[in-house]
Design a protein. Structure first.
Length: 380
């Protein structure tokens, strides 16, 4: 028997217009950051997210670093965040000398458990960082109320949540700042890239300076000042205009990319429902307040042994299925630089039980069917 080709976990999608835009951008004579394509892509992102200000960055990691810089954290300041998230959420704040305080997840959405946040606060707490897992919104009403009560900033790591909403409001507009990722594994991408969304106008001027190596070069280019100089901390967080051109091609096709991803997500969820129920496998839980962006499709197997057996089984059927995250509170760096607010059982359990199925625009109907056939032939 001929072995069928492997269905990869992710294939970076080309929507169509990207390379033409890159070619045009290469002819403008301005290939560094903040050229004409950066301007257009930024406007598209502003329209899509409804954020007050948008700055393209070289990654979501760098946008998080900018957010940490803009909070002017002092060593020893504490930042609340979920344990169940990607390392960049924590790293950005640790780089400023701040201490991440890890909070457990809700068992349904795997988002930070808002009911455990207040018990994790201390006099040194400065901010709450949320991450909308799979782009399914955190309980933002409760979280923004806690932040207001205690005078804390809210930052959204919205790497998964472009185009998603909570009670009709776009994710990325709840926090003082929010970050997006355009890494090739995200819904839209330019290989590597990101954006910082700024919803507090008072942060805007300093954000432009941080992103331009600590200089007031952006004001200089707008003609607001007659020479530019070093005025603050900063680094080089601008992506090349060639990457912005690529990203613009993806942004133009956002709706069709999203339609393809939703088609696959919904098909998995529908066709796996019966099998999952029969075998004690949990599917994603989407609260009625949240409209999600089909960023990822996951299953929760009963335990780590059966999760590993499921991954091996899928592999035998030619399907790459993967898991994440090692809970940050239990990772070597998390233990060194941060602390857990309480035991993080849900994060630990999720990390052991979770498996993600291939999901990318361009995954064909027949491949989708192969993934479903492979999964449903697994006996828990
Ligand atoms: C992908 C991701 C990041 C990092 O994004 P980069 O653009 O690769 O830096 C940060 N946080 C979360 C939750 C992510 O999924």
């Amino acid at each position: 028997m001929q072995t069928p080709s492997l269905i990869p976990f992710n294939v970076p999608y080309l929507a169509g217009p990207e390379l033409e835009h890159v070619t045009q951008a290469s002819k403008t004579g301005h290939l560094s950051g903040d050229g004409v394509y950066t301007k257009i892509a930024t406007e598209e992102l502003k329209r899509l997210t409804g954020a007050r200000g948008v700055l393209l960055t070289t990654s979501c990691t760098h946008a998080l670093e900018m957010a940490a810089l803009l909070l002017s954290l002092a060593p020893g300041d504490e930042v609340i965040m979920p344990s169940f998230t990607f390392v960049s959420t924590a790293n950005a704040f640790v780089l400023r000398g701040a201490v991440p305080v890890f909070v457990d997840s809700r068992p349904d959405t795997l988002n930070v458990d808002e009911r455990q946040i207040e018990a994790a606060l201390s006099p040194r707490t400065k901010a709450i960082v949320v991450m909308h897992y799979g782009g399914v919104a955190c309980e933002m009403s409760a979280i923004t109320a806690i932040a207001e009560r205690h005078g804390l900033s809210v930052i959204e790591d919205n790497a998964h949540g472009l185009g998603a909403t909570y009670r009709g409001q776009p994710l990325g507009t709840f926090g003082e700042m929010a970050t997006q990722s355009f890494h090739e594994t995200k819904n839209i991408h330019c290989g590597e890239g990101g954006a910082l969304l700024i919803n507090n106008d008072e942060l805007w001027e300093r954000a432009e300076i941080l992103r331009e190596k600590g200089t007031n070069r952006s004001q200089f280019f707008r003609g607001a000042i007659d020479k530019y100089t070093w005025v603050d901390l900063g680094s080089s967080y601008l992506p090349s205009d060639l990457l912005a051109a690529f990203l613009l091609g993806q942004l133009e096709q956002f709706e069709s990319i999203q339609a393809q991803r939703h088609r696959i997500w919904t098909r998995y969820d529908t066709d796996l429902a019966k099998w999952a129920q029969r075998h004690g496998v949990d599917r994603p839980s989407i609260p009625s307040e949240a409209a999600h962006p089909a960023h990822l499709y996951y299953l929760l197997l009963p335990d780590v042994d059966r999760r590993q057996a499921f991954i091996a089984h899928m592999r035998e059927y030619g399907v790459m299925a993967v898991f994440h995250y090692v809970p940050l509170h239990s990772s070597p760096a998390g233990r060194r630089f941060g602390r857990a607010a309480s035991s993080c059982h849900v994060a630990e359990q999720s990390s052991q039980r979770l498996v993600r199925l291939p999901l990318y625009a361009g995954l064909t109907e027949s491949d989708c069917e192969r993934v479903i056939d492979a999964a449903t032939s697994f006996r828990v």
